[in-house]
Design a protein around this ligand. Structure first.
Ligand code: XMP
Length: 510
């Protein structure tokens, strides 16, 4: 299998580059520039290397650099943005800053010639985002494209198989970006388009059959997509030596615990231990109303329960986690303000007693994980379901968490999901749920006064959950849902619809 190395210098589109290469059916691996040596690159037999963009200037002392030995490996290199400048710098070119003349956004690309541009018209649109530019190309290189304000928008040294583009071919705003990438991958690197997602599944299973032979592997299974895919992948590799621990904290959606158990135990015959820990969690949460404290208690208790289970099992060799690539990137992201302390099954403590960690999905994106899930036979319903936060319904029950409020949250959420599905809204909203607020209000039912919970319906439409807009649900559907919930869920006498976007609100209420 031909492989491309995406050497990461810290730019914002690095995941996208790998994703684009994989969409050409060639496997791409992302490695930090600090995480691999030229020797290791050589041993890995990569067919090509892409230097990514990055936020720095090459002359900045803190900017990421790499050993020049990489230029002598005889492996084609494509530098993008900062990667382009770094390649020029490493080869003896001159970079200067255009502080008052940064190029940002859609820009006309004027092509002169070059292998990368075969089949690309001489004038097209590219996406630029830079302040520095290459003033003098290194010896042996020639300029292959320019823009109005950038004298070197692309360069190449065909003899040494070194290429650079100042713009970003990986973003969709670059009209012929995919063509340019594909020219590099196929014409320069001479890769074969023979990689498919199911190859990943097959080759991972084969790899772990050998690597994890006779090892006892522990996995915290949440029933979410990522840990479910890891469970099936490793189950196919090592069978009963994979032990999945499913901690049911009692704050799952209605029937969810049974559903997860049924899928993994009955359908796939996975070695699964379900820990029913609802009482423990509720005892710890008794009287607690502060959102962050609730989150912290749940995170801590989860680890405690998991540790105890691990101890009972004993002699664990390997811990496996469903970390995926965006998680890796998220956790590497500097010191942004903590809005919510996220809890999920990743990031378990190291003192459980295992010797190593296996994260089979570490290089993959969500859509790729979905493809593998389907390939391995996970039900579509599980593969495509909306995200569910680690602390579960706890972040949807405002104030103290009680058995009664859990019942209301579960039953109302069930009705909401049923109605959204029936009306096709599950395709429009990316996440939707009910929130049991801590407000009670007076109502009238029959001829009697009621004093019941106010419930909020939340539905958002979003690409990435970083920002979101509230979903425009038709009034008649809202009316029907409201009527069903107030009729069918005891204790609710008022329903509101949340019409705030993120920001200023967040998706979850707590
Ligand atoms: P917020 O509320 O921060 O939510 O706008 C954004 C997305 O993250 C999910 N979420 C979590 N997921 N553990 C998770 O695994 C958590 O603790 C957690 N908190 C929020 C939320 O459901 C939404 O999809």
């Amino acid at each position: 299998m031909d492989k491309i190395l995406v050497l990461d210098f810290g730019g914002q589109y690095n995941q996208l580059i790998a994703r684009r290469v994989r969409s050409l059916n060639v496997y791409a691996e992302i490695k930090s520039f600090e995480g691999i040596t030229p020797n290791e690159i050589k041993e890995n037999n990569y067919k090509g290397i892409i230097f990514t963009g990055g936020p720095n200037s090459v002359y900045d002392p803190s900017s990421p650099h790499y050993s020049k030995d990489i230029l002598d490996l005889n492996i084609p290199i494509l530098g993008i943005c900062y990667g382009d400048q770094l390649l020029a710098f490493m080869s003896g070119g001159k970079i200067v800053s255009a502080k008052n003349n940064s190029e940002y956004g859609k820009t006309e690309l004027i092509i002169k010639e070059g292998t990368l541009f075969e089949g690309v018209p001489s004038n097209s649109v590219c996406w630029m985002s830079h302040t520095d530019y290459i003033k003098d190309v290194p010896e042996g290189f020639k300029i292959t494209a320019i823009t109005k304000s950038c004298p070197c928008a692309a360069m190449e040294n065909v003899n040494r198989n070194l290429y650079g583009v100042q713009f970003h071919p990986e973003v969709t705003h670059t009209e012929y970006g995919m063509k340019i990438l594909s020219n590099f991958i196929f014409k320069v690197c001479k890769c074969h388009a023979d990689w498919k997602m199911d190859d990943f599944a097959k080759s991972s299973i084969e790899k772990y059959k050998v690597e994890l032979k006779d090892k006892k592997v522990l996995l915290a299974l949440s029933g979410g997509l990522d840990s479910s895919v890891v469970a099936l992948l490793l189950h196919k590799a090592i069978g009963k030596n994979l032990i999945c621990v499913f901690v049911d904290h009692g704050l799952l959606r209605k029937n969810e615990g049974d559903y997860v158990e049924q899928i993994f135990k009955n359908k796939f015959d996975v070695n699964l231990i379900r820990v029913n820990a609802k009482e423990r969690f509720l005892a710890k949460l008794k009287g607690v109303t502060e959102p962050e404290t609730k989150r912290k208690i749940i995170g801590k208790e989860f680890i405690e329960v998991f540790k105890q289970e691990a101890k009972k099992i004993g002699n664990i060799d390997v811990l496996s986690q469903g970390t995926i690539y965006p998680d890796v990137i998220e956790s590497g992201k500097g010191k942004s303000a903590v809005i919510k302390s996220h809890h999920n099954v990743g990031g378990l403590p190291k003192d459980i007693g295992f010797k190593s960690i296996v994260e089979p999905l570490r290089d993959l994106f969500k859509d790729e994980v979905r493809a593998i899930g389907l390939e391995l036979g996970l039900p579509e319903e599980l593969v495509y379901r909306q995200p569910f936060p680690g602390p579960g319904l706890a972040v949807r029950i405002i104030g103290e968490i009680t058995e009664d409020k859990i019942r209301i949250a579960q039953d109302s959420d069930y009705i909401l999901r049923e109605e959204f599905k029936k009306n096709g809204l599950d395709k429009v909203a990316n996440q939707y749920f009910t929130v049991v607020t801590d407000t009670k209000s007076v109502g009238v039912m029959g001829d009697a006064r009621t004093y019941g919970h106010t419930l909020a319906i939340r539905a958002v439409t979003t690409d990435d959950f970083m920002t979101a807009t509230w979903t425009r649900v038709p009034f008649e559907i809202l009316e029907h849902i409201s009527s069903r919930i107030t009729n069918e869920v005891k204790g609710v006498n008022r329903i509101t619809y949340d019409i705030t976007s993120k920001p200023p609100a967040t998706v979850e209420w707590e």
